[in-house]
Design a protein around this ligand. Structure first.
Ligand code: SME
Length: 137
């Protein structure tokens, strides 16, 4: 896939819009497979800067989704042993893989400062967002 300036700008707008629209979306970002490496690289995001710009496959919620190809809803991050903390204020997280031509090429990651806010409606909505993003990649 190609992430030209146009698609990067559009993903940035999506991150900003989502973060500003849902009061429990406190950090919204895209991670993508980093070339041929078994790691994720941070793409556009909205919210506090994170130190975790590279995440190896298998590490944290994001790295697990890179391998499982499944949505991962975490109602309480403190109950997860394989979790990478980006901010002490984060209580919950949702990660939804992004497929292009059937291949898991990345994900959308949302952190929330609210405990257990994510429903199946969030999953369906974020799957839809990722489908639309895949079309511009
Ligand atoms: N919490 C994630 C790391 C990414 S930050 O939330 C931005 C994880 O456990 O993979």
């Amino acid at each position: 896939e190609k992430k030209d300036g146009d698609s990067t700008e559009k993903m940035q707008q999506i991150c900003d819009l989502l973060r500003n629209t849902a009061d429990y979306y406190d950090w919204v970002g895209f991670y993508f497979k980093n070339g041929d490496k078994r790691e994720l690289k941070l793409g556009p995001y909205a919210g506090e800067p994170t130190d975790h710009t590279i995440i190896p496959f298998g590490k944290g919620i994001c790295g697990q989704v890179a391998e499982s190809n499944q949505n991962f809803v975490v109602p309480d991050v403190s109950a997860q042993d394989n979790y990478i903390a980006c901010s002490l204020t984060v209580k919950s997280e949702i990660v939804v893989p992004l497929f292009k031509n059937g291949e898991n090429i990345g994900q959308i990651d949302i952190d929330s400062n609210t405990p257990d806010p994510f429903t199946e409606a969030d999953e369906r909505f974020l799957e839809f967002v990722n489908q639309k993003v895949a079309e511009i990649l």
